[in-house]
Design a binder for this molecule. Sequence first.
Ligand SMILES: O=c1[nH]cnc2c1ncn2[C@H]1C[C@H](O)[C@@H](CO)O1
Ligand SMILES: [Zn+2]
Length: 363
Amino acid sequence: MAELTRELIRRAPKVLLHDHLDGGLRPQTIVELAAEAGHQLPAGEPEALGRWFTESADSGSLERYLETFDHTVAVMQTADNLARVARECVEDLAADGVVYAEVRYAPEQHLEGGLTLEEVVAAVQRGFDEGQAATGGAIAVRQLLTAMRHRANSREVAELMVAHRDEGVVGFDIAGAEAGYPPTRHLDAFEYLQRENAHFTIHAGEAFGLPSIWEAIQWCGADRLGHGVRIVDDITVDAPPGSGEAAAPRLGRLAAYVRDKRIPLELCPHSNVQTGAAASIAEHPIGLLTDLRFRVTVNTDNRLMSGTSMTQEMAALVEAFGYDLDDLQWFTVNAMKSAFVHFDERLRIINEVIKPGYAALRG
Ligand SMILES: O=c1[nH]cnc2c1ncn2[C@H]1C[C@H](O)[C@@H](CO)O1
Ligand SMILES: [Zn+2]
C-alpha cells in the first residue's frame, strides 16, 4: 500500500459532519471585512491574526475558546459577507479533498446588521451554491442550523430548519457552553423536530460528561452526538485488581447503547485537546473508540481556531495511531452513512465517490 503522505491524505475523499461556519474563516477575509465594518481586531496582519486565534483557543477551557468567536461573528452581519464566508468555506473544503460536508452556524448570531433569520439562511445558501458551482460539483455542502444552548429560542430555530429543509438545510444542533445548559432545556425544540421527521445532532459529552450524553439520546432523541467523546467515562479498561485477567474493556449500559445503536460520534481531536477534553492527540479516546468499533467520524469543529483541516486531523491520527487507508476509508464511510441527506444520496456518494476514490489511491 502507498505510503500515507499528507498529499495522499489530502487527495483521499473525506466527509465532514461537524464544522462551524463561524469557526472556519480565512484570516485574510476577517482582516478585509473587519476594516470595512470598522471592527477592531486583536491583530492586523492575517498571519498574526491566525496565530492569535489558535493561541487564544488553546486555553484548556471551552468557555474561553468560545470567546474568540466574537471576532468572526462580528464580520458576518451582512448578506454579502455571509455569502462570501460561505463560498470560501466550500472552496477551502473542496481544496482539502472533502466531498461532502454539513456546515453549521447559529442564524440568531447574525442579526446585528438588520438581517432577518430567513435572510441569514438565504445568504449562507447563496454562498454554498456559488462555492459548489465554482468547484464543479467536486463537493456537496449542506447547512445545519444551530441554536445556542444558553438562549431560549431553540424552538424558533428548529422551525426555521424545518421551513428550509428542502433548500439546502438538512438538520439542527445546539452549541455553546455545555456545563449548566443541559440538552433537556431544549426538549420542546427536539420533540417538535421528531414530530416533523427532522434530523438533529446535539453537542454533548465535550465539556460535560455522561449525563449530558444520556439526556441528548434518551430524552431528546439525538441522531448523532456532537463530540460525544466523554462516552469513554462509561468504559472501564483496567482489569479488576488481582484478577489476573486480560484487560478487556468493559462497556457500561450507556456506552453499550451508543455502540449497539450505531449512534455516530462526531469526534474533533484537535478541538478537544484545545478545550481540555483530551490531553493530547495520542491520548485521545478516538483510538479506543475506534478499536471498539463505535461509529466514529473524524471532524474539524473549527478550522480557524484549531488551525486545522480534515487532512490535518487525519494526518495527526495516522501519526498517533498508525492508521492506514482502510482506516481512513472506514471513518469516511461511517460519516457518509451518518449524514442527514437522504439514504439514496448517501449511498451514491459512498459507491460512486468514496469507494472508487480510495481504490484509485491504492492503485
Ligand atoms: O466545540 C464547540 N462546542 C460548543 N460550542 C461550539 C463549539 N464550537 C463552536 N461552538 C459555538 C460557537 C459558535 O459561535 C456557535 C455556532 O457555530 O457554536
Ligand atoms: Zn462544535
